[in-house]
Write a protein that binds this ligand. Structure first.
Ligand code: WAQ
Ligand code: MG
Length: 666
């Protein structure tokens, strides 16, 4: 039985339009039906054309065309879900989040694009990364046609004559099946219909309750494309001409968050509320999935990116000697240790790593923890309790802050690197034990603690000194031995260091190092050591090999430092301030949205530099944070510096400063 495509298009001449201008599009719809149904469907579609809220047409085209069934494609419908939202502004933010999830790097720009475009009959076909228009006819757009529900003949017309959801679900399924399609955003141009959607091949069909104000005729569609220019033609041909039947279109998912039938209050309701708040404030975190080992060039979502965000400063994480050592340790000792260091977990490798690490960095002994975070959260509560005082730099890493809180000690936060303030505070706050703790290299600012000043104040007041060298070991000091070497300090150094095996050493895990008697004591007192399963063999083996390389090849450290200096110099040439003096280079943006938009511009240019926002830094102190590597090439760094300068300028121009009123929300 032959199938027919029946299409309706209603339009009217624009009021006052001069000859030659295109008529104004009012509505369009289509079905695929058996021959016997053609007259009935044609009548249905004509009634629809005459009843559109945009007004009466003065021309209705009905076309009936037999389909070549050999090229009829049957595809499954997209899974559908619904996001409720109180207003269009919230809906648009949700849409941006979904587009980003679908892999669109600058969703806000896509939305602006749609909202500011003139009305079209079809959709804009847009490059997902550059936002370039790709369709051959930009006044008409690209129209997805020749499609219907597979069960089309059976579906009854909806009571209000509106078919929005079903038709959209069919169209979105076809669009998402088109080659190189990343996502679709749709806002209805029916003034009474405020619900819209975002769809994507991996995302499914997501209805968003409100995407515009009621009464507004402004709508449109954007199809986001990522593929070769030569393939655009095929994509357009598929959308416009390939007959498609969509199977098993689900009923429209409702906008209730969950069935209310039980009448019981939902004790987890706060989760949706708080996630929606984060999305609204531009603070929702989307995680990137990497598809290659760490290195100066990496792959993410099928794209090659120049990487300036990783803590693998010396390029050791993927060094064949390091990975081979990890593999050897894994084969020799298994994947897991099965218990705490005090029960079944201690391997000969742990002892070797502790001895070599201590010797390299200049301590008597060391103790390996399962992460740098665990080292701080293990050490500080062991060292201090409720009768004690911890003086903590205002910009210390979160793991230090958490360790301070968990200790129950009085925590006195001193202004960043302000040794005079520390001195005064130490005079005032007395206690049983008193500790001063500071990052050696501050992780978000890339500056170095004033160690000589700190040692002097500590000596004057008898404070125990703790320095976190996560971003200092292997990074500062001529041979990478850290902050003491950086300052050429030969006398007494800090009492205790904490650090990470997962930054310059390219492995995984953390450590505390210091006097042997203190390490012996910590083995009994640090709960994060006592009650945590021992770090497994592979990362310990990797860290040992990395430490050997660091000792034997200090030129890696020199290259890292030279790269950082080169990158800072290029940035300054392009008018970007680049404070700090280590491998971490902060490029201050202030506004969260500027930082995020600049990072997105950079990503579109093939450069990955992280945007850092609250809660990692203070609100309004958002930034791009570049991290250098020893194996970065100069050409790449020069390109990244120009890219960063351009991206920041573009983001600042596009995003006007917020009034204090709106500022409060992010
Ligand atoms: N192909 C491409 N673009 C189209 C097509 C088509 N076949 N039909 C419409 N457009 C474009 C055109 O620019 C319109 O202005 C815009 O999309 C909106 O079209 O789950 O009714 O027909 O409840 O107004 C969404 C339903 C309904 C959401 C969307 O779109 C839900 C809708 P409209
Ligand atoms: Mg329509």
């Amino acid at each position: 039985m032959p199938l027919y495509s029946v299409r309706m298009r209603a339009s009217r001449a624009r009021p006052g339009a001069s000859g030659g201008e295109r008529p104004e599009h009012i509505s369009g719809a289509e079905r695929i039906v058996a021959g016997a149904e053609v007259p009935g469907i044609a009548a249905d579609l004509t009634r629809r054309a005459l009843g559109h809220p945009k007004g009466l047409p003065d021309s209705i085209h009905i076309s009936v065309e037999a389909l070549d069934e050999a090229c009829l494609l049957r595809i499954p419908a997209l899974p559908a879900r619904a996001l409720p939202c109180p207003d269009a502004a919230t809906g648009l933010r949700l849409a941006a989040g979904l587009l980003r999830e679908a892999g669109v790097p600058r969703p806000e720009a896509v939305i602006d694009f749609l909202l500011n475009a003139p009305p079209l009959r079809g959709a804009m076909l847009v490059d997902a990364d550059t936002l370039e228009r790709l369709e051959p006819d930009r006044e008409r757009g690209v129209r997805a046609t020749r499609m219907d529900m597979a069960e089309g003949a059976a579906h009854p017309p909806s009571p209000d004559g509106k078919h929005h959801y079903r038709e959209a679900a069919v169209l979105a399924a076809k669009v998402c099946a088109a080659p190189h399609m990343v996502a679709e955003l749709c806002i209805s141009d029916d003034p009474d219909y405020v619900t819209g959607y975002v769809a994507g091949p991996g995302l499914g069909y997501v209805r968003i309750q409100r995407l515009k104000a009621a009464g507004s005729p402004r709508g449109g569609r954007v199809f986001l494309y990522r593929g070769p220019r030569e393939a655009v033609e095929d994509t357009v041909a598929f959308l416009e001409r390939r007959p498609v039947l969509v199977e098993a279109v689900p009923p429209p998912p409702p906008f209730t968050e969950r069935p209310q039938s039980t009448g019981r209050p939902d004790s987890l309701a706060f989760v949706e509320e708080e996630l929606a708040e984060l999305k609204g404030a531009g603070l929702y975190r989307h995680v990137d999935v990497w598809e290659s080992p760490p290195g100066p060039h990496v792959r993410q979502a099928g794209r090659e990116l120049l990487e300036l965000a990783s803590g693998d400063y010396l390029g050791l994480a993927a060094d064949p000697r390091v990975t081979a050592a990890a593999a050897e340790a894994l084969a020799a000792f298994g994947a897991g240790t099965g218990g705490s260091r005090l029960t079944t977990g201690t391997l000969p490798l742990h002892g070797r790593l502790e001895a070599e690490l201590a010797a390299f960095a200049g301590s008597e002994a060391a103790l390996v923890f399962s992460s740098g975070y665990a080292a701080n959260v293990g050490l500080l509560p062991a060292l201090c309790g409720k009768d004690d005082v911890i003086f903590s730099d205002a910009l210390n890493h979160a793991s230090i802050i958490d360790g301070c809180r968990l200790s129950g000690a009085r925590v006195v936060v001193y202004p960043h690197k302000d040794m005079a303030a520390l001195d005064s505070l130490a005079q005032v706050h007395q206690g049983r034990r008193r500790v001063v703790v500071s990052d050696a290299v501050f992780s978000m600012d890339g500056d170095v603690a004033d160690l000589p000043g700190l040692m002097e104040v500590a000596a004057r007041h008898g404070l125990i000194t703790v320095l976190d060298e996560a971003h200092a070991l292997g990074v500062i000091g001529r041979t990478g031995r850290g902050i003491r070497e950086h300052f050429g300090l030969t006398g007494r150094g800090p009492d205790i260091f904490t650090g990470s095996l997962s930054k310059a050493l390219g492995a995984d895990g953390g450590y505390v190092r210091g006097p042997a008697r203190l390490m012996e004591w910590l083995r009994h007192k640090a709960r994060g050591f006592v009650f945590s399963t021992a770090l497994s063999a592979a990362p310990v083996g990797a860290a040992l090999a990395a430490l050997d390389i660091l000792g034997a090849e200090p030129e890696r450290v020199a290259r890292l430092q030279a790269n950082a200096a080169f990158f800072r110099a290029r940035l300054r040439e392009h008018g970007v301030e680049a404070p700090g003096e280590t491998a971490i280079v902060p490029l201050l943006a202030g506004d969260e949205r500027v930082a995020v938009a600049a990072a997105e511009h950079l990503r579109a240019a093939g450069i990955h530099i992280s945007a850092i926002r609250y809660p990692t830094v203070a609100r309004g102190a958002a930034r791009l944070r570049a991290a250098l590597r020893a194996d970065h090439e100069r050409d790449d760094l020069a390109r990244a510096a120009v890219g960063a300068a351009t991206a920041l300028t573009r983001a600042r121009t596009a995003i006007p400063p917020q009034s204090p009123e709106t500022r409060r929300h992010c």
